[in-house]
Design a protein around this ligand. Sequence first.
Ligand code: HMG
Ligand code: MG
Length: 300
Amino acid sequence: MKIRITEVGPRDGLQNIRVPIPTEAKVRMVDILSESGVEEIEVSSFVSPKWVPQLADAEEVFSRIRRKEGVVYSALVPNMKGLERALSAGVDKVAVFTAASETFNVKNTNATIEESIRRFVPVVREAKGSGLMVRGYVSTAFHCYFEGRISPQKVLDVVNRLFDIGVDEVSLGDTIGRAVPEDVRRLLDVVLKHYPAEKVVLHFHDTYGTGIANVWTAYSEFGINRFDSSAGGLGGCPFVPGASGNVATEDVVFLFEQSGVETGVNIHRVVEGAGVIVEYTDGCVRLQSHISRVIERGRL
Ligand code: HMG
Ligand code: MG
């Protein structure tokens, strides 16, 4: 079974970097990642620029990237305004996002879970009417910084609501990167009783170094083959303390390819895409040293 990767670095990766990244660098990063073999690239977010100034140039990024045939270029939208912007920019797919923790959802979107889902009803209808695919994110699907452990039943309730309003797939997010394989088992045991594995994507952050173990558990024990990951392990949500990078795309590709499972992704292109960001992060020593290590590994 081939692994299908959504590269979220240009969105999840760049939304959490404090230094400004020029539009030109974002475009270069996406263009390199387009040549890597990933099936989908989450390019940016059409959210309020007051909330996420790092991605305020979403339109410009979309207008300047070189689109490669066969690659799906997607973006986050929180409301109708975001959808209108996304449609004018010519996105292929949009993602609405809510959470399984009320506290996190209010901090992230200024809305309760129910309010956010009600907001999505016209968004999903219009997006589908315009021929777009729609993803629904459920953040804090395992643990929440504010509310602690989240019950799988609570996640299933939100997943049900998202499929009821017409999303094509859900992505279950370990927003603060705290899940371990046993958490993955507990959640997938419940969700996969109701939905086929093809409808479920997993989105691991890697705060405690368990991201790769979680990916392998989901694949080898539950047949999940769709994962979100970020070139260079960039990433994190600005609205929760301690949310670090996504599981790195190059690590996911290495894991599967070395285990004889096809990803179709060229690890060198992924590392090159991440490397673009280094040039623009003078003073951001942690990020630079991480990416330098990644580039070094890419050369091996
Ligand atoms: P609000 O302040 O309640 O909304 O924000 P509002 O409707 O009152 O709007 C406030 C201002 O923003 C207004 O401007 C609106 O026009 C403008 P003003 O009148 O003050 O000049 N505005 C917009 N502008 C451009 N595009 C828009 C838009 N919407 C409103 N779409 C809102 C509510 C949802 C908009 C806000 O909370 C927001 O944008 N949140 C985004 C948060 C975010 O992007 N978080 C990170 C992504 S989620 C994540 O990282 C998790 C994930 O990776 C999975 C995981 O790891 O678990 C996906
Ligand atoms: Mg994320």
